[in-house]
Design a protein around this ligand. Sequence first.
Ligand SMILES: O=C(O)C(=O)C[C@]1(C(=O)O)C=C[C@@H](O)C=C1
Length: 380
Amino acid sequence: MDLTQLRQQIDEVDGQIVELFKTRMALVDGVARYKREHSIPVLHAGREEEVLDRAAKLAGPELAGASRVLFTTLMDVSKGSQYSQNLPPDSKLLSYRDRAKEPFVLPSAARVGCQGVMGAYSSIAARRMFPQPDLRFYRHFADVFDAVDQGEIDFGVLPIENSSAGSVGEVYDLMKAHDFSIAAALKLRIDHCLVAKDSMDIGKITKVYSHEQGINQCRRLFDEHPHLEPEVFSNTAAAAEFVSKSTDGTLAAISSKETAELYGLKILKENVQDNDFNFTRFIIITKDFVRTADADKISLSLVLPHRAGSLYHVITRFAVLGLNLTKLESRPIPGRDFEFRFYFDFEGSILDDKVLSLLHQLDQQLEYFSFLGNFHEHCR
Ligand SMILES: O=C(O)C(=O)C[C@]1(C(=O)O)C=C[C@@H](O)C=C1
């Protein structure tokens, strides 16, 4: 038999499989209806084991493992369909959807908190999102969360990820500790400048102050000018302020253009970062769930069962619904033996029934599920 003939036969078999799949799904509809009428939960782990064992046995030793994978996926699809038909009216997710129906508009003036001092990248992010902010500054990320919690501020602006340095783990951990919602996100381009009190030749500079990340992101500058001595400071804006107040005219800082202007510093060189693709993502958090009309991204925090294939099964569910995962991040769970909490970002809206049913499914089946928000990521 040649390849074309083999493929013709595969097509025929596939046709039969699809017909059987449709028959199975019609039976599943009957199960869903029965379970709804008799208040029986969708998930029946014992029955699933039975189905998997039977399929493995029928397939024989060679295909036992593969048929388990196939039937697990079939039952995932089955549960997805049942959950979308049997959403309980008291589901918290339904209350989010109801609130989402009234679109929220980010105010131009609001009480906004961020970590650091005026001129820090968080404050630049806050100004881009809220043109007339009543800005409050806090020493630690945790203080910003507490201020949101106590109603001292309406929004908190926090860095979550940098394109060179990676995720800001502490902010992820704080999101877990608080039941807050992400109202919006911002991708901010980070352009570092070499700044000093007076315009001068780089050759005359002695020390360069900045946050550790600022220094690390500008390694080439130090390689090309080996006489420059890097000095680590608590943050870029505080470094710029220090240089502006110093009587030593040979000091410089690495900061943003806005920060340099804020402290009356001169820009000696722009774009001194090694990598031109240097972005930081910020999240704008609120105490209560809100959704803007342009929201197209969803963030979740999940704890998966500690067994082979569990991440694969969750990812399959996104794939089955054609949902695009844009980020998958894991953080160790303190006190557990290398078990992880996962953060998923995907493109979607809570107003979409299939998304709502997937969220409900995850909420029902996983040890821990937290819906962190449905928002739009701005790039300004
Ligand atoms: O038998 C059931 O109770 C079903 O809901 C059907 C089914 C399946 O697709 O086979 C789906 C979900 C359950 O967890 C177990 C099995």
